[in-house]
Design a binder for this molecule. Structure first.
Ligand SMILES: Cc1cc2nc3c(=O)[nH]c(=O)nc-3n(C[C@H](O)[C@H](O)[C@H](O)COP(=O)(O)OP(=O)(O)OC[C@H]3O[C@@H](n4cnc5c(N)ncnc54)[C@H](O)[C@@H]3O)c2cc1C
Length: 372
């Protein structure tokens, strides 16, 4: 079977990986370098830290983020805003949570399996520490974890200089740069075409640079670009620095109230932050997060800065489904790395017609006139 994948971010790469295992003939269309859309990430494999977006609580959190300069809103996809408001505080079906739990477990296990084959991507089952400055927020965080459908293991920890932390021992981390190198080697049999795709049709034709190419199936894993096909996906932009320095904490950590993450790898420390409703390439706000991270890292040198766009659905759940011969896989928002193995695996099942939909996760595909 001939499959074209539009978008070689972490979801497209995992999709290529599983499709090649099924002996599909894979072509990846990527407008930048493979992994470019995902490399900036912290590398936390944290599927249990899932947040619903279409809740009043989340809107309040976003307003607080705006007051602390964690978020600035320049532009949002209108279709995303409409869906969010239409479904505000609407509970997803139980089936959606069951799917997410399976996806979380699958993904955690896949990173472990890949590391057991060869740990050339700084994989560590280090757990994750969520740090709170405010005691009341810490208490709220604990209550939320107790209610979480994922039932994660967690313990409360003292953290010097802070109100405290919630430690999740089951979570892991990778070096995103090394992981992209690894998976690129794994998919060496895929053809890579470095172009910007203009259009895709439901009969699996890909249009680029004045040409068209016909496939048996096409996968759309092009992140926030998928708003152009009519999906209610919006971009929450963020920044990832690689720095040299010394960690003041023993675990990969997240400053809960500021959304800043710090992760120690063997060659550098990754610092990420920012949740900007913004499709532009302006990175002038990045330094705010470098400064926020100073409470957790003594920074001696900044190597580089990458920027990325979280592809967010209106409720936070991924969007995976099939429109005729096109399979769509996106929308994992804050947790694209955490769910990519399982998104790639399910997308492969859809491509091979082993299933036709993914229940609630296919909610925006059927009946919608996607202008592919
Ligand atoms: C600061 C920050 C930190 C993060 N940290 C974590 C983390 O620790 N853990 C976690 O689980 N997640 C994290 N995320 C989220 C994660 O990075 C995203 O969810 C993930 O990158 C989404 O992957 P994707 O493959 O769906 O899309 P993308 O990574 O955006 O990939 C899409 C690809 O498609 C390409 N493309 C788009 N349009 C076209 C076109 N027309 N033609 C050809 N190619 C095209 C793009 O160039 C891009 O490479 C973080 C995000 C940010 C911003």
């Amino acid at each position: 079977m001939k499959v074209g994948i539009v978008g070689g971010g972490i979801v497209g790469l995992f999709t290529a990986y599983y499709l090649l295992k099924e002996e599909a003939e894979v072509t990846i269309f990527e407008k930048d370098f493979l992994g470019s859309g995902s490399i900036h990430a912290a590398g936390l494999i944290e599927p249990y830290r899932f947040d619903r977006i279409n809740t009043t609580g989340m809107i309040i959190k976003m307003l607080r983020y705006i007051s602390k300069r964690v978020t600035s809103v320049k532009s949002l996809n209108k279709a995303w805003v409409i869906e969010l408001l239409k479904n505000l505080d609407k509970e997803p079906p139980t089936e959606a949570w069951e799917t997410m739990k399976e996806m979380a477990l699958f993904s955690l296990k896949e990173y472990r399996r890949l590391a057991e084959e060869k740990n050339d991507f700084d994989y560590e089952e280090s757990g994750l520490l969520e740090i709170y400055s405010d005691e009341k927020e810490l208490e709220k965080g604990i209550i939320e974890e107790k209610k979480s459908p994922f039932r994660p293991k967690f313990e409360i920890m003292e953290v010097k200089g802070f109100a405290g932390g919630i430690y999740f021992p089951e979570l892991s981390k990778v070096d995103t740069h090394k992981f992209i190198d690894r998976i690129t080697k794994e998919i060496k049999d895929a053809k890579v075409v470095n172009v910007n795709v203009d259009k895709v049709s439901k009969d699996a034709k890909v249009y680029y640079s004045g040409k068209e190419e016909k496939f048996d199936k096409v996968v759309l894993s092009a992140g926030v670009w998928l708003r152009n096909v009519g999906l209610p996906i919006t971009a929450f932009k963020g920044y990832g620095y690689r720095v040299k320095g010394e960690m003041k904490v023993n675990f990969p950590s997240v400053l809960a109230e500021l959304g800043v993450a710090v992760v120690k790898n063997s060659d550098f420390i990754k610092i990420t932050g920012g949740f900007d409703g913004d499709f532009s390439s302006d990175s002038s706000r990045a330094e705010i997060f470098l400064n926020y991270a100073k409470s957790l890292v003594n920074i001696s040198y900044v190597y580089d800065l990458y920027m990325g766009y979280r592809p967010c659905s209106p409720d936070g759940f991924p969007v995976i489904g099939k429109a005729e011969n096109v399979v769509i896989s996106t929308g994992a928002c804050r947790l694209g790395w955490s769910y990519a193995p399982s998104m790639g695996n399910i997308t492969t099942d859809l491509v091979l017609d082993r299933r036709n939909d993914v229940g609630y996760l296919s909610r925006f595909i059927g009946g919608r006139n996607l202008s592919l």
